[in-house]
Design a protein around this ligand. Structure first.
Ligand SMILES: Cc1cc2nc3c(=O)[nH]c(=O)nc-3n(C[C@H](O)[C@H](O)[C@H](O)COP(=O)(O)OP(=O)(O)OC[C@H]3O[C@@H](n4cnc5c(N)ncnc54)[C@H](O)[C@@H]3O)c2cc1C
Ligand code: FES
Length: 420
């Protein structure tokens, strides 16, 4: 009996010690987890502060280095990239530093083309990441309209290809445009370029790679075959050196000379069906630029796949002969009574569909209005308003005087009459 007492006491002591040890371990583990979480928060906060400081630095630098109106640039290099596609390297004539632009933005050119009564304004996307020494644009020469071999080829693109040489001086506006990507962000992205629509997404890809970012990138490039393939070796090198970049080149019409898995990965058009097969989910942000039919199919397909409107970013290069991708995704304004738009000089009268811009309405009715950027920045599409007023769903980058409107971004605010 007596022997049992110390045994019970011993057992009690051992249990107590084990209990206290467990408590101490729990305390230690909780404190360690707390410390790890504080460390993580501190790290994230540090990264956030560095990122904000970097953005601020860029904004200040941009404000210091940007310019109003047109600035003279010298063409320092001209390089053929593929059939009818040529890159032009531009350096400021005044040799002052260049502003940092956002990858995806474009330059606006004022071209004095012989035989033209007034300067021709055209926009070309910057096709490289921001570099200290130069800007680069990559231009496709536009031939006569399909089925009309005797028709007029593209005015400005032919001028660039045929007349612009190294040493020539061009008038250029500062980089602009709303279609851009923040290279410092970390969200996964899908970049899609169709044909010459490659240029802004190429700049985005290069900027991500230059930033040494580990951000996941899926890069889709749609074209017909090798003859149109721009910077093939460069793209393959980027993909080989950056495990975070997944390159998908799609040839819609490969010839016998095109080698699958060397020149291209997929013998098909870029499509949402392909994205569904290749991407792990529909969660990334999508940036796309290409011909209108591709854009329209992609934007509609991505929306149908459940990608929210705010994660689909796109830009169109040409006339909205096909309903623009913006119109395809933007909800139509609620219009209770029909809004009438009159193009007085062309004697055309039409009813607004609740979302098209005045430029898109003019084009849909065969009325030619001058345009450059199609984004409210260059001022080329300024048109006099004879009656009525307009709205700008997103504020234009160029000031407009009362009595005029920027047709490329304006929508009617009631019945309007345009001097066009
Ligand atoms: C933001 C932005 C960025 C761009 N970036 C690039 C880029 O990086 N690279 C690039 O190559 N292009 C780019 N473009 C397109 C570029 O600005 C020009 O539109 C393109 O080069 C054609 O201009 P052009 O003067 O050669 O052709 P235009 O003379 O304007 O003619 C274009 C075509 O349309 C036909 N056409 C002309 N008028 C009519 C008419 N009334 N009816 C029917 N058909 C007609 C012509 O015959 C020709 O086939 C961009 C456009 C924008 C808006
Ligand atoms: S086309 Fe450039 S502002 Fe309208």
């Amino acid at each position: 009996m007596e022997a049992l007492v110390p045994t019970a006491a011993g057992l009690f002591l051992v249990t107590l010690a084990a209990y206290l040890a467990t408590l101490a371990f729990r305390e230690f583990a909780t404190a360690r987890a707390l410390r790890a979480s504080v460390d993580m928060e501190r790290l994230l906060l540090g990264e956030r502060i560095t990122e904000m400081a970097e953005r601020r630095r860029r904004e200040l630098e941009k404000a210091e280095r940007t310019w109003d109106g047109f600035r003279k640039f010298v063409v320092t290099r001209k390089e053929m990239e593929a059939n009818d596609i040529c890159s032009f390297y531009l350096e400021p004539h005044d040799r002052r530093p260049l502003p940092v632009f956002m990858p995806g933005q474009y330059l606006t050119f004022r071209l004095a083309i012989p035989g033209q009564a007034k300067p021709v304004i055209r926009c070309y996307s910057l096709s490289d990441a921001p570099k200290a020494e130069y800007f680069r644009v990559t231009i496709k020469r536009i031939g006569p309209p399909p089925g009309k071999p005797d028709g007029l080829p593209g005015l400005a693109s032919s001028y660039f290809h045929e007349d612009i040489e190294v040493g020539n001086i061009l008038d250029v506006k500062a980089p602009a445009g709303q279609f851009w990507l923040e290279p410092a962000d970390t969200t996964p992205v899908v970049l899609i370029g169709g044909g010459i629509g490659l240029t802004p997404v190429l700049s985005m890809l290069q900027a991500i790679v230059d930033a040494n970012a580990r951000r996941e990138v899926w890069f889709f490039y749609g074209l017909r075959n090798r003859t149109e393939h721009v910077m093939a070796r460069h793209l393959h090198r980027i993909a080989a050196q950056n495990p975070n970049v997944s390159l998908h080149v799609c040839y819609s019409d490969p010839t016998g000379e095109c080698q699958q898995d060397v020149d291209y990965q997929h013998a098909e058009r870029v499509s949402v069906d392909l994205m569904r097969r290749v991407l792990p989910s529909n969660a990334p942000h999508f940036y796309l630029c290409g011909p209108p039919p591709m854009m329209q199919a992609m934007v509609e397909g991505l929306a149908a796949w459940g990608v929210p409107h705010e994660r689909i970013h796109h830009e169109a290069f040409g006339p909205a002969s096909v309903k623009s991708a913006a119109a395809a995704t933007a909800p139509a304004a609620a219009v209770s009574t029909p809004v009438e738009v009159v193009f007085s000089r062309s004697a055309r009268q039409c009813v607004w569909d609740g979302r098209s811009t005045l430029l898109e309405m003019a084009e849909a009715n065969g009325i030619r209005l001058d345009f450059g950027c199609r984004a409210g920045n260059c001022g080329t599409c300024i048109t006099a308003l004879k009656t009525g007023t307009v709205d700008y769903p997103s504020p234009p980058g160029t000031a407009v005087e009362t009595g005029s409107c920027l047709a490329c971004v304006a929508v009617p605010k009631g019945n309007v009459t345009l001097d066009a």
